[in-house]
Design a protein around this ligand. Sequence first.
Ligand code: OSB
Ligand code: MG
Length: 371
Amino acid sequence: ITIDAIHLREINLPLAHPFETSFGVTDARRILLVEIESEGLTAWGECVAGEHPYFSDETVDTAWGVMTGELVPSLLNAGEKLRGGGNCPHIFGQVRGHRMAKAALENAVWDLESQRQGVSLSSLLGGVREMIPCGVSIGIQSSLPKLMEKIETELAAGYQRIKLKCKPGNDTKMFEAVRNRWPDITLSCDANSAYRMKDFDHLIEWDAFNLLMIEQPMWYDDFYFHSMLQKRLETSICLDESIRNRRDALAAIDMESCRIINIKNGRVGGFSEAIAVHNVAAERGVPVWCGGMLETGIGRAHNIALSSLPNFTLPGDVSASKRYWSEDIIEPEVTVSSAGEIVVPQVPGMGFEVRRERIEKLTVRRETMKA
Ligand code: OSB
Ligand code: MG
């Protein structure tokens, strides 16, 4: 593949609703977009790193620095080594970490490859689903009535699973209230690493709430203590932050640190590793689902394609554009059916048009690099 140019840009986009997790509140996103120009085609990627290093150690600025300093030059100089997205992990191999930065570039290359082959991104990745089941992640709310109203809205929209962000002081009472009102909905929670060993007995009480899973209750980089907790819990643990690659997935599964895995392609470094995590989990009978990072339409389209792989059997956090943005940067916007499903595009490429004029208006920083 000959790459003519790689354009990096940062756009600023306010969220339609602030999103609160145990690590903080996000009102607006600074988002790094990658655009690859190659032989008349244009492909896009989105970097999911946040403004602050709170979810992971990467940020928009570290990603910008490592892309311009290392990753983009390696890609531009890859020559015949670059035949598709699957070659990117090797091309980027000398750079340790920086998985979100790598993923943005690698995923743009997969997007380009799908356009070149005239196939959908979903089928290039090995997808089999025509529709993906969708859930929502609901941020911490300022009051219980506000939360109940949000849940009601999302259930009415058809979403198949409700995930509640939780933290110490915002947990057991909330689950109790939600379960009293909706005894049978598919409910889960995500602590984003807010608990410690002293909280084991407290966490075990949640077995009473019939949660589908408890996501990342302990340290962001831990397997061992999650394994100790999982042995004492009936409820399944799902790991998000801890799983960086296929080997982590294998360790976590074999140590019984979790029984479910959240796959985010940014967190694992791109589609190649996401597929590898998906496959190793499938071999061991561990279901996976696709997480979200408050993406714009570009990252969202890539998440939809990934979610079409066979072992994505649980509803993911991939939901409608309008839950995040007053106006998305793709068209059509991502919508969810009343059955809580998103249709997987079957046309060549990612299946959505990028709204370039809107992106131009939102751009606050740019850089073009050529071979
Ligand atoms: O832990 O899954 C997470 C958002 C930002 C950072 C981390 C997480 C999340 C979400 C939101 O849960 C998922 C989404 O709706 O995009
Ligand atoms: Mg999570």
